[in-house]
Design a protein around this ligand. Sequence first.
Ligand code: AMP
Length: 385
Amino acid sequence: MSEAAWERPVLVLNAGSSSLKYQLVVPETGEVRSRGLVERIGETGSEVADHSVALQQVAERLRTEGIDLDAFSLRAVGHRVVHGGPDFSEPVVIDDEVLDRIRELSALAPLHNPAAAIGIEAARKRFAVPHVAVFDTAFFSSLPPEASTYAVPRDLAAKHAIRRYGFHGTSHQYVAQATADLLGRPVEDLRQVVLHLGNGCSASAVRGGRAVDTSMGLTPLEGLVMGTRSGDVDPGLHAYLGREAGLSLEEIDTLLNKQSGVLGLSGVNDFRELEHRLATGDPDARLAFDVVVHRLKHYVGAYLAILGGIDALVFTAGVGENSISVRAAVTDGLEGLGIEVDRARNAARSTQARVISPAGATVAVAVVPTNEELAIARQTAEIVR
Ligand code: AMP
């Protein structure tokens, strides 16, 4: 039975070096037909030798769920690609040239782009439908030069494509629009600060639906304190660690990306676990929480100044959507700036987008669940239409 074009789903793929996340979603309705994760790809002793085998597994799993990807009409495949570098400011239909370029951008995202390229290659062989790349950096290609430029010699920056790119763009864009929908106002009329707080954390300043600043930079290391990433440090720390601790560049990179942040300060990287420890009076957990919140306030204040005031402050992703204490702490003491949360509204559990500021507040404080897969599916459907 052939389905109407608008009912046909998009397969959204997010390929990591050893994992493949998938979701089969109908862009117009948001209906998720299936979702899942294949792990341990290419690891010793794993049954999943590579991403082609992983895709085969996905097709088989779907078949057991009664979905035959080969027999029924898949509309397109949307691929999450972390780094679009200076070239990609919008989603693109993938051809050989685009795939080559994504591979070439691996210097900027050595952990992410090679995996995405492998996933794309395998999926193009497996599914004879249009494939679209949706870049995590794209939403931030609109950053004005004063926000995207590092004060380093210009010729060097030009030669190595050094600038602030930003990440989590698909999420920030989706949430900014969803917030406008929630408030019943055109996104063009709003100045928003969006806080994407998950394992990775980033803040953005959004004016009229366009990003004007963001906390992540050349790499996802800059900005907020995250689960295992330090966020902002004195750039002089690198040279100091090299000299005084005898660490190599690679060791410093690993230290700041994988062993720092909440993990480095408290010994745990999961925020739920941090909150448990906080409740037991653990002083390391207390400091970690306070450092996270201090940095968040730092960025909220910065973006308030850059935007000249805000209409909405929005929390999203795992911590942002669920942590009552983080939302309370970040907004604490900001009443003078028109920013406050209503205690009961903040404490109410929900999976829906909602306003948590008191009625009549100047700034709407909102919790808006992100949905990167749906955003990728929609952008994919849009471009192949
Ligand atoms: P994400 O990367 O968006 O999946 O977010 C993952 C983070 O969200 C982890 O640090 C989780 O501990 C955190 N998280 C998930 N649920 C909760 C919760 N109920 N309370 C606090 N943090 C949570």
